[in-house]
Design a binder for this molecule. Structure first.
Ligand SMILES: [Zn+2]
Length: 293
């Protein structure tokens, strides 16, 4: 078992093997009983079709990937993912797919406390559509650097909505990337170290709000730029916001993931992307309640 220090009273991240238990925030004892998949284990993409089975006290529950579920007083989300670099023997780009049969990362919090108590949060776009979670799905890149998709895409026509900060923080990277004609790329990118200690990355906006510069503070719901397809102008890919959340053991770790070349995390430095889907579901629900027009 390995745990990762919580950000700003947010969820605790913990890697558990089947059969292991952990005391979740709030005191509930959570035991990982099983991991299930539809599709073939080991293939990128299978992770979005999976679930975990947990026991908390007398309660059992299957929890689909990408959702929070409350079981026996604990709020739990499952994420099949591993840090790049917990095993220094392994090349940093290799992922732990073969370990998914017995190993899952859980996000754990106290169900009686707010999910994200320390900061205000908002859905990252004023209008958009999930095409299902595409967290960890395979995408084709000619560089071969990143075999899986470690964010979630929210589709929206070019210019039809405003991408905005999910929470406050400090801008640590602002960039524009020319797309290669065949493959595409990140396009217009903004990276933020949030006040909650997590990293946030927004990509493919059609342009940038003029106040955005490295070092500048940004508040929850501050505009980042109009929705777009930058990086994919020459492809048939549906315009979308690409959104990432990053956990790092230090700000330096975060910056290695939030700035080009994006994945430069050494074996001595621990950082990993978090599945944003459970958070996006939560923020979207709140968005519908508070901002419905
Ligand atoms: Zn994406």
């Amino acid at each position: 078992m390995r745990t990762y220090e919580s950000f700003a009273n947010g969820p605790l991240y913990a890697d558990l093997d089947i059969g292991e238990s952990i005391a979740a925030p709030g005191g509930s004892e959570v035991k990982l009983l099983a991991i299930g998949y539809e599709g073939s284990v080991g293939k990128p993409g299978c992770a979005e079709l999976g679930w975990i089975t947990v026991r908390v006290g007398d309660e059992h529950a299957d929890i689909p990937l990408g959702w929070w579920r409350t079981v026996g007083g604990a709020r739990i989300a499952a994420e099949l993912n591993s840090a790049y670099n917990t095993d220094p023997e392994r090349k940093r780009w290799e992922r732990d797919y073969w370990r998914l049969e017995h190993h899952a990362r859980l996000q754990l919090s106290d169900a009686s406390a707010p999910l994200t108590p320390a900061c205000r949060y908002a859905f990252p776009i004023t209008w958009g559509a999930f095409g299902g979670s595409n967290w960890l799905t395979k995408y084709s890149g000619s560089t071969g650097l990143s075999p899986t998709h470690e964010g979630v895409d929210i589709a929206c026509p070019v210019g039809a909505a405003v991408v905005r900060a999910v929470t406050g923080g400090r801008i640590v990277y602002v960039g524009g990337y020319n797309a290669s004609a065949e493959v595409g790329g990140p396009g217009v990118v903004v990276s933020v170290v949030g006040d909650d200690g997590l990293g946030y990355l927004y990509a493919h906006m059609s342009s940038l709000d003029s106040h955005l510069q490295e070092g500048v503070r940004i508040a929850t719901r501050d505009p980042i730029g109009p929705s777009g397809n930058s990086g994919f102008e020459h492809t048939q890919i549906t315009p979308h916001l690409h959104f990432e959340m990053v956990w790092g053991e230090s700000e330096d770790s975060l910056l290695r993931v939030l700035r080009p070349p994006w994945h430069d995390v050494s074996c001595e430095t621990l950082a990993f992307r978090v599945n944003p889907m459970p958070y996006l579901h939560q923020w979207f629900e709140e968005y519908l309640e508070t901002e419905d027009e």
